[in-house]
Design a protein around this ligand. Structure first.
Ligand code: TRP
Ligand code: SF4
Length: 537
């Protein structure tokens, strides 16, 4: 599958029609399987098993946070949006009416299709929930990574934008741009590029000595896209994309962190602890009841002694972790153990470092490249560090969050692919063609009508059911559920079911295309260049 194509996916379906959150059980529009799991934004990414994305890549399950999302979109309720990275801060901001942003980008390599519609809808929904919304045309990437000419890019870009507006994006509230003409994005890309190097790109994207420099530049440009909504002020930002874009999201989260002036951590004494080591010290610190400690001050050596008296098997850590902690504690010797919040100077200017010293309230200790604060907790410290950074000319980025949607099954079975017209529905398809494509789609139906009545259809393996769940049922969960229940209960037969879906698809396309015409004027007024001044063809 190609990285720019959110349609493509598995060849083999899997079943887990479960409930999402509270309320009536909604049949899940479940994605399935393709060969193996490899997340490659331009290559042949494939998702064999969505569970692996959780286990191997650390993507979290969306269901677990569904309840924290105000007024969740049907794609969230139906499990089409299946995963996320760090979405909680965004959900919280939407809930509280605090600043938040949503941004996604589109490579204008072909016509917008029903897979792109998922992302359009996600952007629009976030905008309606109060987030600042951004949609960009990844024209530099299309030119450098896909070799598209600028004339083709312009034509496709226009089509993406018209569909986005037709589906409800408000260009007055939100921002549209193309990578090539956004100077701020280019400047930010340059800054971010100073924090990344070729070996890293090699490791993440498999770049080698033959990779075009422009292609690498398009990567830093995407990093800048992702952080762009935070230029004015840091805020929780979500990037809705297919899971093939996850390597970009991880790198952007990393770079956001590397740009920070200070790193906040917790410590017990002058030395540093790794997270596992810290957990061990925390446990013993609490166990020794520092308030009532008989020697009036709890010191590093006391914790070391207590650790030495405890058999390793009871500590629940590896031997080398224990050795390392003991070495640190013993070296610190009589130094008192006291929990503190530590601000590390990563790349702060002297002025920013001094400003932070002044800003920290209560007892503090200043060292060469860190400051320990004894009276503020971790969360306050994070906030303070960001504030001082922003006041002193830094970006103060929050790590961007992401949500991931499932790839749709092709109408002909197998992958949905832009290069196989019958496998997908373009938003520009003639409504009659859309009707016909649905009518000739493969289904999860049985050999004969009798068999279907007896055993029920396999909605979980049916591309037509997916159309209902991802698009045709819209916000109407009851309807989606009815189709599912009737199918698996044997009351629904594929002929009628497809007729209904085909009719709905035709109406959707008619309606969408009419709206595209209505918003044409809106697009002309929008603040985005529709014609590229670039020349390389
Ligand atoms: N790389 C994305 C794609 O292949 C397009 C893109 C560019 C993008 N910049 C972005 C996506 C920022 C999300 C956020 O489709
Ligand atoms: Fe698919 Fe509908 Fe047939 Fe069920 S009845 S298998 S949902 S086409």
């Amino acid at each position: 599958m190609t990285g720019d194509d959110p349609l493509e996916k598995r060849t083999e379906p899997r079943t887990d029609g479960g409930a999402a959150g509270e309320g009536p059980a909604i049949p899940r529009a479940d994605g399935g399987v393709v060969d193996d799991v490899a997340l490659d934004p331009w290559g042949s990414s494939s998702v064999s098993d969505y569970r692996k994305l959780f286990e191997e890549f650390g993507i979290e399950e969306f269901d677990e946070i569904l309840e924290q999302v105000p007024n969740p979109h049907y794609l969230m309720r139906r499990g089409v949006i299946f995963g996320h990275r760090d979405y909680r801060p965004v959900a919280r901001a939407l809930q509280n009416g605090d600043p938040a942003a949503v941004l996604s980008g589109f490579m204008p390599t072909g016509d917008p299709h029903i897979g792109h519609k998922l992302v359009f809808d996600e952007i629009i929904w976030h905008q309606q929930q109060g987030a600042d919304a951004y949609a960009l045309i990844a024209d530099l990437e299309a030119n450098s990574a896909r070799g598209m000419s600028w004339a083709e890019i312009d034509e496709h870009a226009r089509n993406y934008l018209l569909s986005l507006l037709a589906l409800g994006f408000d260009p007055e509230e939100g921002e549209l741009y193309r990578q090539s003409t956004n100077r701020e994005v280019q400047d930010l890309a340059f800054d971010l590029g100073a924090e990344a190097n070729f070996s890293e790109f090699q490791a993440i994207y498999g770049f080698d000595g033959e990779t075009d420099v422009s292609h690498m530049q398009s990567v830093v440009t995407q990093m800048a896209d992702i952080l762009y909504p935070q230029l004015e002020e840091p805020k929780p930002t979500v990037i809705p994309v297919g899971p093939d874009q996850d390597p970009h999201v991880r790198l952007a989260r990393d770079l956001a962190e590397r740009m920070r002036f200070f790193k906040v951590s917790e410590a017990y004494a002058s030395f540093e602890l790794e997270p596992v080591e810290r957990a061990l010290v925390t446990e013993f610190y609490e166990r020794l009841e520092p308030e009532e400690f008989d020697d009036d001050t709890l010191r590093c050596v006391h914790v070391a002694e207590a650790l030495e008296e405890t058999p390793l098997s009871e500590l629940g850590v590896a031997a080398d972790v224990l050795t390392s902690v003991l070495t640190k504690l013993n070296e610190a010797g009589m130094e008192p153990i006291r929990p503190r919040t530590r601000f590390f100077d990563r790349r702060a200017t002297d002025a920013a470092f001094d400003a932070l010293i002044d800003a920290i309230e209560g007892e503090k200790r200043v060292y060469e490249s860190h400051i320990d604060a004894f009276e503020i907790d971790r969360e306050e410290a994070e906030e303070l560090a960001r504030e001082v950074e922003v006041d002193n000319g830094g970006y103060g980025f929050q790590p961007p969050s992401s949500i991931y949607h499932r790839f749709m099954t092709g109408l002909t079975g197998g992958k949905m692919s832009s290069s196989i017209p019958a496998s997908h529905i373009s938003l520009l398809d003639d409504p009659e063609d859309g009707y016909d494509k649905v009518k000739s789609a493969t289904t999860g139906g049985r050999e004969t009508a009798e068999e279907q009545r007896e055993l029920g259809g396999k909605a979980d393996e049916c591309p037509v059911y997916e159309l209902y769940a991802y698009l045709l049922a819209g916000d109407d969960d009851e309807f989606a559920k009815r189709v599912y229940d009737e199918c698996v209960g044997g009351e629904r037969l594929c002929g009628d079911c497809k007729e209904q879906a085909a009719q709905l698809m035709k109406e959707f396309l008619e309606d969408h295309q009419e709206k595209r015409e209505e918003v044409a004027a809106l697009l002309e007024q929008a603040d985005i260049e529709l014609e590229s001044p670039r020349r390389r063809q």
